[in-house]
Ligand binder design. Structure first.
Ligand code: KG4
Ligand code: ZN
Length: 345
């Protein structure tokens, strides 16, 4: 069975995974998150330098954990976009170097396809059709997925402005919580009342596009609410819980509507924000009520990692998809059309 080495460096995580036939054999993850915290967000040059330092040790770690050597690798997959240009560049260059020196094929993978594919490692092959809700730091999309290795991905709707994770990060900053904001809001919201404040559920009106998202208005609503507190102390836990509830309600409502309208019985919930405890809980409740099967990876596989890219590479290899040329360039703002950055061929 072909063994695939996957490399992920689109943001601040240096992830390496090794997958064969839908099974995760080993993985390793380094993060430069702490180096960005004092800037309140990821600094691309710092992330890129950290990838450069971490990439070879992480590959070695992952190989050690899998109990194999480089000579056992049959194909290499690396994130070719979207992401921070300088960061993507490092992982893709590393992927090319491994492919070239090992004499093995290279696949330039679309990062978001990785978020979807990672679920295969925990829950087995994807069904012939499913709706995928990708909620990450940079993207928010409702998609119709067929065969991930071969079929074009259909966008039912995307965000008109901020991504869901971006909204978490910005609201966390408004509340004085540390970066990354998503996990910080998730934690503090446990002590808050989700019904304390009714924040807007954006784009859920009868005349709104049913599968599109918008989070910048919600973020502004939170900012205005905090401003109105004036000199009074801001009830941080209540604001966090109420904001989180607005996001969870909006995204799950739209995802279930997409499943219903397209007669799809499986919802795949993925991306960093899919690690959120309330999003997961509400998705479970609403899917159960609607008779929709929910697939959601463990929280640690929702956020960026190398296994997700190896999972895509593994699908492509098994589907006999033609590999990329070694002069493949990164595309920091690549639109998701298929598992390969340059779409299905
Ligand atoms: O998928 P991801 O790791 O990176 C991108 O591809 O963007 O997502 C990162 C985003 C960040 O905005 C982070 O705040 C958010 O996911 N996130 C969460 C949680 N864990 C990570 N948001 C809400 N609740 C969480 N538990
Ligand atoms: Zn991601």
């Amino acid at each position: 069975m072909p063994t695939v080495l996957g490399i992920e460096t689109s943001c601040d995580e240096t992830g390496v995974g090794i997958v064969a036939d839908g099974v995760l054999l080993g993985e390793a993850l380094a993060t430069s998150m702490d180096e960005h915290a004092r800037f309140g967000g990821v600094v691309p040059e710092i992330a890129a330098r950290a990838h450069l330092h971490a990439i070879t040790p992480m590959v070695q770690h992952a190989l050690d954990r899998a109990g194999i050597g480089l000579a056992d690798i049959d194909a290499v997959a690396a994130t070719a976009g979207p992401g921070l240009a300088t960061a993507v560049q490092v992982g893709l260059a590393a992927g090319k170097a491994y492919a070239l020196t090992l004499g093995k094929p290279l696949y330039g993978v679309h990062h978001l396809a990785g978020h979807a594919a990672v679920d295969i490692l925990e829950h087995g092959p994807l069904p012939a059709r499913c709706v995928a809700l990708i909620i990450s730091g940079g993207h928010t999309s409702l998609l119709l997925l067929g065969d991930l290795a071969r079929d074009p991905i259909i966008h039912l709707g995307d965000t008109a402005d901020d991504a869901a994770g971006e909204a978490f990060d910005k609201v966390a900053r408004l509340l004085g919580l540390p970066y990354p904001g998503g996990p910080a809001i998730d934690r503090i919201a446990r002590d808050g009342d989700p019904a304390a404040i009714t924040f807007p559920r954006p784009m859920t009106g009868p005349n709104d596009p049913p599968y599109r998202f918008s989070f910048s208005g919600l973020k502004t609503a939170v900012a205005r609410w905090i401003e109105k507190c004036g000199d009074r102390p801001v009830p941080v836990a209540d604001v966090a819980a109420s904001f989180q509830e607005a996001v969870a309600d909006t995204v799950t409502r739209k995802a279930l509507a997409a499943c219903h309208d397209h007669r799809v019985d499986t919802l795949l919930l993925v991306g960093g924000v899919a690690a959120n405890s309330r999003v997961r809980q509400l998705a479970e409740q609403r899917c159960a009520a609607a008779g929709v099967r929910l697939r959601v990876p463990s929280p640690r596989l929702c956020t960026d990692n190398g296994a997700m890219i190896a999972a895509v590479g593994d699908l492509l290899v098994r589907a006999n998809v033609t590999p990329d040329r070694l002069d493949l360039g990164p595309d920091p703002s690549a639109v998701l059309r298929g598992a390969l950055l340059h779409g299905p061929r």
